[in-house]
Each structure stands twice: as C-alpha cells, then as structure tokens.
Design a protein. Structure first.
Length: 256
C-alpha cells in the first residue's frame, strides 16, 4: 500500500525542482496535496502536467507574509478538515559578501529560508496538536553543517532551519508531532544545470563536481523526494529531530 494513502499534505515551493518532485512523489504515494508558490504561471504548468486524479491543488502564497500563510492553511483546512504533513521546501539561494550585504537583503533571505518555515509551521501546528498527530519535514541543506566560499548567508539560514527542527521536535513530541529535516547536497535541478552552463568550461565544471562526490554523481530531485516521503510517513514513526543528508556521500569525507 502506498505510504501516504489519504494523507493531506501541504508542500511549499512546489512548482519546480525538489518541491515539484516532492509533490509528484506524494501524489504517487496516495496523498492529497496542496502546494504553495508565488509563481502562479509555473504552478499552473506543474498542476497541469502532474496526473493527480483530483488530488492536487495550488494556492498562490508568499510564505514570508503571515496573512497569506494563514489564508492558505485555512483553504486546506476548509477543503480537507486537516493537514497531516507539512513540507517546508520554499527557499532561495543567496550569494553575498558579509561586508557588502544590506540589511534589506539579509531580511529578504531569512524571510524565505527561515521565517517562512516558522510561519507555515505556526499555522499548521494547532490542528496537528488537536489531533495529536502530524509530520513536519523541513528542507534544509548540507550547507547547515559545511559550506563553500561565497554562500553567505545561505549557510546561516539553513543552519537556522536545522536548529528550528530540533527545537520544534522537542517541544511537540509529546503532542504526537514529528519534526525532521532533510538536507540535500548538490541536486540536479534547473538552477544547478544553469550554473554548469554558465561556467567557462561547463563539461569540466561538471566533472569537477562529480569527482568530489564518493558516488561520483549528484542526487536527482526524485531521490530527495523519496527520502522526504519516507520521513513524512508512518514508516519513520520513531524519527524526530533528525537531519538526514541526501548528498551522494559528499559530507562524509575530508577535503583531499
């Protein structure tokens, strides 16, 4: 039987990349899925391309705006009466110099990558507490534990996501709510493909990245989604407060 049969799931940032793969995987696992996104055109395309049997819905929502989050969660609750699974996936990459970054730029990054996860959780928690059951999966990053030059303040924000995960897991375990993080490494999304293409020698750049991975490859969005589906399901019923790396082994080795 599929892992998430008749579960009601909310996924943020579900139009592209890892988010879209999570939506697709959850549908395949039998869930009824609503996804939030700020890009209505991309969302409409995703909803049109995925086969759902009427189990897929989209809500235009900026996860940094509490009123929109509250309205979006209410929409799901009105439609289904509950939310069993929340996946906080919406996020932005950030490339700044600490001395040159403005306060507004800092606030913008953290609003999406950290505040958005809290806001969505805040509005989903009351229903989960009432039912004394729920699963929250936060999409963090291996940048929470190791990083590369030029990724400030993305690593700081994703470290915050892992800290948020631990704290919420502890605070709500007695209420039957599990909170875990999944930390992707290099993943073959449109943004990564675009980065390879921008390099002076794209083939050499890609080969260099593959060569530092013990598995000599990077993950696909579908592989990340597989882990998210497991963590969200009752098969992972003893897991809470964990941060699971999906990085083809990148984080287990010393630099050489």
């Amino acid at each position: 039987m599929p892992r998430l049969t008749d579960q009601v799931a909310l996924v943020t940032g579900g139009s592209r990349g890892i988010g879209r793969a999570i939506v697709e995987k959850f549908l395949a696992e039998g869930a009824r899925v609503t996804f939030f996104d700020i890009d209505a055109a991309a969302a409409a395309q995703t909803a049109g391309e995925l086969s759902s049997g009427g189990r897929l819905d989209f809500v235009a929502c900026d996860v940094t705006a509490e009123a929109q989050v509250a309205a979006g969660v209410k929409h799901v609750m009105d439609a289904h009466g509950r939310i069993d699974v929340l996946v906080n996936n919406a996020g932005v990459n950030a490339y700044f110099d600490a001395a040159g970054m403005t306060e507004a730029e800092w606030d913008s990054v953290f609003a999406v990558d950290l505040k958005g996860a809290w806001l969505c959780t805040k509005h989903v928690l009351p229903g989960m507490k009432t039912r004394r059951k729920g699963a929250i999966v936060n999409i963090a990053s291996i940048h929470a534990t190791l990083t590369i030059a030029g990724m400030f303040p993305y690593a700081a924000a994703k470290s915050g996501v892992v800290g948020l995960t631990r704290s919420l897991a502890l605070d709500y375990a007695a209420s039957g709510i599990r909170v875990n993080a999944v930390s992707p490494g290099w993943t073959r999304t449109h943004l990564v493909e675009e980065w390879f293409a921008m390099q002076p020698d794209p083939a050499a750049a890609e080969a260099s990245v593959m060569n530092v991975h013990p598995m000599r490859r990077i993950a696909t969005p579908a592989e990340v989604a597989n882990v998210v589906a497991f963590v969200a399901s009752d098969e992972a019923s003893a897991m809470t407060g964990a941060a699971v790396a999906v990085d083809c082994g990148l984080g287990i080795q010393f630099a050489i």
